[in-house]
Design a protein around this ligand. Structure first.
Ligand SMILES: [Zn+2]
Ligand SMILES: [Zn+2]
Length: 353
């Protein structure tokens, strides 16, 4: 069953629901007409994300199961609710799935990424024919997709916003050497943003023959196999033998966190980008931290200004971020998508209704 054409209210659609860890079901549902400020969109592409994979494996503290699933998407407006003036049916749109309240302590401090109602009211359900976009997302986090930008690349708005936020905190400079720990989708998205910013030397240390090859193809100036006997020695040789100025951890594993901390040069910065499982504790040698004058950063989520910047970068083109998407499946094959991700066989998979 597919979505009806824009303008008439589409009666039926399919939506993937995570029933319990490891079990995704494609269910039929009938979306109601959009309420005030809301907008119903026909999903043209949804992207798989590391967060989805973690949630698929073990559930997530923020979402009670069963839950509609998927949060990275782009599509076409099917119907707008009362009071929506910025968008019309048939507009091509892209969105980030959260928006801050604008009124809490953190929003007042410009740290909207920590607003509890941002992540608490995250939009889920993008693996579907139709998605109801709530009023706060329509008002703050939805944008017109430039005609030249493919839907699947537009759907990268959310992960790219996280990367933009992280790099905004770390502020890599052109003359610096940056080490990315982890060659997954986020590691390689960081790589593309660093390349676009003209960073002199970008090294990726990771594992898996495919991923290391992709890192090279996407332009890493050096690719280091984490499993090779002398990986640490190779990293130490970077930057004229001083080691990287900035290490960006993108594995979400304690091993990656320790590695990033161990590899950065004296006076350098470490960005801990990948969230680890609850209860993970990192041990830090205070001597190393103090006498080597390290700066440790742990960016979480994104702020509206990061989303606007990410939107600008995607709209301008030149990032080549679409290269991160290296598999395509139909919505009907959603269960297989997660089996594929589990095997590490793809970076990001585009799910097409
Ligand atoms: Zn995501
Ligand atoms: Zn807030």
């Amino acid at each position: 069953m597919s979505a009806a054409s824009p303008s008439a209210h589409p009666a039926r659609a399919r939506q993937a629901v995570l029933v319990e860890p490891g079990r995704l079901e494609l269910r039929d549902y009938s979306p109601p007409p959009p309420g005030p400020g809301e907008m119903l969109i026909e999903v043209r592409c949804a992207l798989s994300c590391g967060t989805d994979l973690k949630t698929w494996r073990r559930g997530h503290p923020l979402w009670k199961l069963p839950t509609p699933f998927g949060h990275e998407f782009a599509g076409v407006v099917a119907e707008v609710g009362p009071g929506v003036s910025a968008f019309r049916p048939r507009d091509e749109v892209m969105a980030a799935p959260t928006a801050p309240c604008g009124a809490c302590f953190y929003c007042g401090r410009g740290q909207e990424n920590l607003c509890e109602s941002a992540v608490g009211r995250m939009l889920m359900g993008a693996y579907a024919d139709l998605l109801m976009v709530p009023a706060h997302i329509v008002a703050q986090s939805t944008f017109i997709k430039p005609a030249h930008l493919p839907f699947e690349e537009a759907a990268l708005l959310e992960p790219l916003s996280c990367v933009v936020h992280a790099q905004e905190m770390a502020r890599p400079e052109k003359h610096e050497t940056v080490l990315i720990v982890g060659a997954g989708a986020f590691g390689l998205l960081h790589l593309l943003v660093l390349k676009a910013a003209g960073i002199r030397e970008t090294a990726v240390v990771g594992r898996g023959a495919d991923r290391l090859r992709w890192a090279g193809e996407l332009g890493a100036s050096r690719v280091i196999d984490a499993r090779s006997a002398d990986a640490a020695g190779e990293v130490a040789k970077l930057n004229g033998g001083f080691g990287p100025d900035l290490a960006i951890e993108c594995t979400g594993r304690l091993e990656g966190w320790s590695d990033a901390l161990a590899r950065v040069r004296r006076g350098g910065r470490v960005t801990f980008f990948g969230g680890c499982p609850p209860g993970t504790a990192l041990s830090v040698d205070t001597r190393r931290m103090h006498y080597d004058n390290l700066t440790l950063l742990a960016p979480f989520h994104y702020r509206p200004r990061d989303v606007r910047r990410a939107y600008q970068m995607l709209s301008d083109g030149g990032l080549g971020a679409g290269a991160i998407i290296n598999a395509h499946r139909r919505l009907g094959e959603i269960a297989q998508v997660f089996a594929l991700l589990e095997r590490g066989a793809v970076l990001k998979c585009a799910v097409i209704p």
